[in-house]
Design a protein around this ligand. Structure first.
Ligand code: ADP
Ligand code: MG
Length: 679
């Protein structure tokens, strides 16, 4: 079996299953082997029910004491049963699985796995899994990879396919020179591929992961280097002149620009007028007011007769920007359009024509902006907002749409300066280091599970006062890592706890764009009281009536991301609250989370995060859901980034050429394939 063979060569993958794999970009054996687990699960020892502590995932055994009990709440079926070991017992609760009532038999012995919680003082396990004796004893203490999945794929099937591929593959080679492997103590590629799927220990798995992190950084940096040498400091043919409308625009804003905004606007303006192509990164904390700088730049560009685009990562954000820019720019004779993937073909066609005929000056949208069909008449300025959410490919293709156009990327991700130097290479950097004054600071608290009912009572009180709430869970459903809160089960549980007149809704990244829009519209309109969401709400969302946020499993997020998340509240002059709930109250975790209590400064928070994370925190949840890299995390893997940077810098020309050849001819890993796309 070879790295570049189609996945159909793998035992157990037929035409039909292959479709599911292809949907997530797995077409070849190599793609499959580079489908890196997000973490590992492990069946530990059996715990007596008495010792099963709330918040932890446990394996308990016992006998079902009485017949399972079925009831209906709203339109949900709830089956419950009691599992008894000696004198102790625990409730088992299944939502919307009515068949469990007949499956569970009285007097039968079961091995159960699930997360312990407490309701009305009684311990329970919600959506427990039944394990057969074989399943449990054969797998005890083994590290079982947890793979990112999609509909139609099970973790078991992916794991089997990987094991089969590892035993059959014959042509894994390492493209890195031996010199680099030994200098930076990197795990050889062959070993890393095997280890990531079949690790002997967490330590081993961590080392294998670091190898792939190194590859991602290293190849990215090599690619940057090549791009840089090809196009540095281009003169623009376009002619920009100052226009007084921008000053009027500033005067007519309902607020005064902060000093930092004025400074950054001056930097952008003088770049645009300089006769050189602008290439600028604007960093500014959540709420520092980056949008207005984008609006000003787009206005200056439009009044000079050029088109400008503002590209954002989500449809929801695109619409939000479209509405606010339309309001801000009305009266200046510029036309603004919206272009997103979920628009109908006819709607899109209309916009394509406006763009082609230069009848629209500012276009706001998602990836749809870079589709083949979009032909710009006179593209002069490209702005990407929430930069960290875009892949390198997308960034590059939008710039290619217009030759020599001005580029601004905006990011709230506080990247330490040393890192941004590496990642953004030759970009000029502007920082909005100040947040508009008048706002009340958010009140924060970091709490453990015992605070849960108080938190719900507090949320309810805020809702009764006419405000809205967000609840953030790290996972979508229980297909993902167990033991972490997931949106789907949480919704079921919370619906039972909250009074029936409270409207609860859910939002996550696997929903269709239209559906997401509708959900956000309902929330914005005030029809939804509580929005349970994954981190999809992390970027840019602005719903000022939301005044409280509860973040579940706060221990599993990076501090910078938590800061970004809480930026969704505190967007008006009403006091806002953020509750960080942790399932792990160890001193290290509490110390780390308490940084958020003490500071509202994103840059400070990110720097502390780096300091307070131990090197053992390898598989900690990454700082941002879909950050720059597939595997690597620029914060947690900063050490590897520095190594990769040094290695890339010291590569001889011959070595560099060999690597480029390898990448182009051999295909290489999934990461390498990504890089090929943009070279
Ligand atoms: P971000 O930098 O996170 O993208 P936004 O541009 O969305 O921030 O701005 C957040 C909010 O602050 C918006 O409602 C905006 O109207 C407001 N805002 C921006 N600049 C100022 C300012 N100088 N004074 C007061 N409010 C401002
Ligand atoms: Mg923004």
């Amino acid at each position: 079996m070879r790295w570049n063979d189609d996945i159909l060569v793998i035992k157990g993958i037929g035409e039909k299953t292959a479709i599911n794999y292809r949907r997530i970009g797995i077409n070849t054996v190599g793609n499959l082997l580079m489908h890196i687990p997000r973490g590992y699960d492990e069946f530990g020892d059996i715990v007596p029910i008495r010792d099963a502590s709330p918040g932890s995932v446990v394996i308990v055994t016992g006998v079902i004491a009485a017949r399972a009990y079925t009831r209906k709440v709203r339109n949900m079926t709830i089956v419950s049963a009691r599992l008894r070991d000696g004198a102790d017992s625990i409730s088992l609760v299944w939502f919307n699985m009515p068949f469990m009532a007949s499956k569970i038999r009285v007097g039968t012995y079961y091995i159960i796995r699930g997360k312990v919680s407490v309701k009305n003082g009684v311990k329970e396990i919600v959506q427990p899994k039944l394990l057969t004796k074989e399943e449990y004893y054969n797998n005890r203490y083994k590290l079982m990879p947890i793979y990112p999945l999609t509909g139609g794929l099970t973790n078991n099937a992916v794991a089997k396919a990987c094991i089969h591929a590892i035993s059959e593959i014959t042509d894994i080679t390492d493209y890195l020179p031996e010199r680099i492997i030994s200098k930076y103590n990197i795990m050889p590629y062959q070993k890393a591929v095997k280890t990531i799927h079949l690790p002997d220990s967490r330590d081993d798995a961590g080392k294998a992961r670091k190898r792939f992190v190194f590859d991602e950084f290293f190849l990215f940096l090599l690619m940057l280097k090549r791009m840089k040498s090809e196009n540095s400091h281009i003169l623009t043919q376009r002619n920009y002149t100052e226009c007084k409308e921008c000053d009027m625009f500033i005067k007519e804003l309902p607020y005064r620009l902060t000093d930092a905004q004025v400074k950054v606007w001056n930097e952008v303006r003088s770049d645009m007028l300089s006769g050189h192509v602008m290439n600028r990164l604007i960093q500014g904390d959540v709420g520092s007011g980056k949008t207005v700088i984008a609006a000003l730049s787009l206005l200056l560009n439009a009044l000079n007769g050029y088109q400008g685009v503002l590209m954002v990562p989500t449809e929801v954000l695109a619409r939000q920007h479209y509405e606010s820019l339309s309001a801000m720019c009305s009266g200046y004779g510029v036309d603004i359009s919206l272009l997103t993937g979920s628009m109908s073909a006819a709607e899109k066609k209309t916009v394509y024509e406006l763009i082609r005929d230069n009848k629209t000056n500012i276009i706001i949208g998602t990836h749809a902006l870079i589709q083949e069909k979009v032909k710009y008449a006179e593209l002069g300025l490209v702005i990407t907002d929430e930069q960290h959410r875009f892949g390198v490919n997308q960034r590059k293709s939008i710039v290619e749409k217009g030759s020599e156009c001005h580029t601004i990327v905006m990011s709230a991700t506080p990247i330490p300066r040393t890192l941004s130097m590496i990642l953004y290479g030759d970009m000029d950097v502007s920082v909005i280091d100040e947040v508009p004054k008048k706002r009340l600071p958010i009140m924060n608290c970091v709490v453990g599970q015992s605070y849960r009912s108080a938190a719900y009572a507090f949320i309810l009180k805020e809702i009764r006062n006419g405000h809205k709430a967000y609840i953030v869970c790290p996972m979508i459903d229980d297909n993902e890592e167990s033991g972490l809160e997931n949106v789907t089960d949480y919704y079921l549980r919370l619906s039972e706890i909250m009074p029936p007149d409270i409207h609860i809704d859910i939002l996550h990244g696997r929903m269709k764009p239209k559906q997401k829009d509708e959900i956000m519209d309902r929330f914005r309109a005030g029809d939804t009281d509580i929005l349970i969401s994954t981190t999809v709400i992390e970027v840019g969302i602005d719903v000022p009536s939301a005044t409280v946020m509860l973040i579940e499993n706060a221990e599993r997020f990076g501090l910078a991301q938590l800061h970004q998340l809480r930026g969704r509240v505190g967007r008006s002059d009403i006091r806002s609250y953020c509750i960080f709930m942790t399932a792990d109250e160890s001193p290290q975790i509490m110390q780390r989370l308490n940084v958020l209590n003490k500071s509202n400064d994103g840059f400070y928070i990110a720097s502390q995060d780096l300091k307070l994370r131990g090197p053992g925190d390898m598989f900690g949840v990454r700082q941002s859901g879909e950050a720059y890299f597939d595997i690597a995390d620029i914060y947690n893997d900063a050490d590897v980034l520095f190594n990769a940077h040094e290695a890339a810098d010291h590569l001889t020309d011959a070595e560099a050429d060999a690597i480029y050849d390898y990448i182009i001819e051999e295909g290489g890993s999934k990461n390498i394939n990504n890089i090929v796309d943009i070279m």
